[in-house]
Write a protein that binds this ligand. Structure first.
Ligand SMILES: [Zn+2]
Length: 323
């Protein structure tokens, strides 16, 4: 029934949902997949919920959990490599949680934990936009900002597992009195605090309430309707506020990515995530800054491309992690 297929278990743990899939490791196809909102965000309830989903997808794929071997998990947070410890996951409210051990206990199987963007980079490298590239920088801009690094054909996690945290490079002065913005990681003036979708919406709400963004306000209807997509729609209308905001955020993102490309000399820069996918004007500005600001020697060979696996990149990559 499973002959000829190499099946693996992939888990994508975001801030609001868990997705779990049995993945065909040879093709990246999702053989069985389930998604569930996280009703309780405590580590133990999450571990139990994920384990229940894993058992359900294994049953659906007609395979024993034990036959799937080590499960791979991508977590939206900073993870200490092979230890399974999640150092900081702002959207889950976790600090220094030994999640790998908890999930392994609930599953009855070993698990391998990494950052969700590292998992996405593995997925895009195996089956998506980074396929065949020896070195790739994969950047996703969604609710947050993250990057995964493929260097020398392999996932690069750094000495302690937290390499690639592009969302937390500092792009403004870091003292509170210097009016930087506060990031969910607990530090000031991170790129994510400016460019992550959650932070864009929060900032635009402030500006709407200060009477600075009337076009966005009209398009959004109310505070809850404000998002990066509303700014994109206002930009489309030629709104000056939206043009200035996208100009600023596009420059911050594009400059950070260009600097990373100068440092790493990737063959491909892969751009993805809900905000870049849903905001083509912003994405265009980001790309222009990447091409303008990557140092000439690194720029010559680099291709800037769009991610291809969408929301499945992290799930597929997680399944491949232990291999
Ligand atoms: Zn941060």
């Amino acid at each position: 029934m499973t002959s000829g297929r190499r099946l693996a278990l992939g888990i994508d743990l975001g801030g609001t949902n868990a997705r779990v899939a049995v993945v065909d490791a040879a093709t990246g196809a999702l053989v069985a997949v389930r998604k569930e909102p996280l009703a309780e965000k405590g580590p133990q309830p999450v571990a139990r919920a994920v384990a229940a989903l894993a058992k359900a997808v294994a049953a659906e794929a007609k395979v024993e959990l034990a036959a799937l071997g080590t499960a791979g998990v991508g977590v939206a947070g900073q993870c200490l490599g092979l230890t399974g410890i999640v150092v900081n996951a702002p959207n889950l409210g976790w600090r220094n949680v030994a999640f790998g051990g908890m999930l392994s206990g609930a599953l009855g199987q070993p698990v391998r934990v990494t950052n969700d963007l590292s998992a996405a980079a593995v997925g895009e490298h195996a089956f998506g936009a980074a396929k065949g590239a020896s070195d790739a920088l994969v950047v996703f801009v969604g609710s947050g900002v993250g990057a995964g690094l493929i260097l020398g054909g392999r996932l690069h996690e750094g000495a302690y597992g937290v390499a690639g945290e592009l969302g937390h490079v500092k792009v403004r002065p870091i003292k509170p009195d210097q009016k930087g913005r506060f990031c969910g990681c607990g530090e000031w003036s991170c790129l994510e605090a400016y460019a992550g979708g959650v932070h864009v919406a929060a900032r635009v709400r402030e500006d709407v309430n200060a009477g600075l963004a009337d076009r966005v306000k009209a398009l959004a209807g109310d505070d809850a309707g404000i998002s990066a997509a509303t700014v994109e729609a206002a930009y489309e209308d030629g709104d000056l506020y939206a043009r200035e905001l996208w100009g600023e955020i596009g420059e911050l993102l594009g400059t950070a990515i260009a600097n990373a490309a100068t440092l790493l000399n990737p063959a491909r820069v892969v751009l993805g995530g809900g905000v870049l996918r849903g905001c083509p004007h912003l994405a265009r500005i980001v790309r222009a800054h990447v091409m303008d600001k990557t140092a000439r020697a690194s720029r010559a060979g680099v291709e800037v491309v769009s991610a291809e696996l969408g929301d499945d990149a992290g799930l597929v990559g997680a399944a491949l992690l232990p291999r």
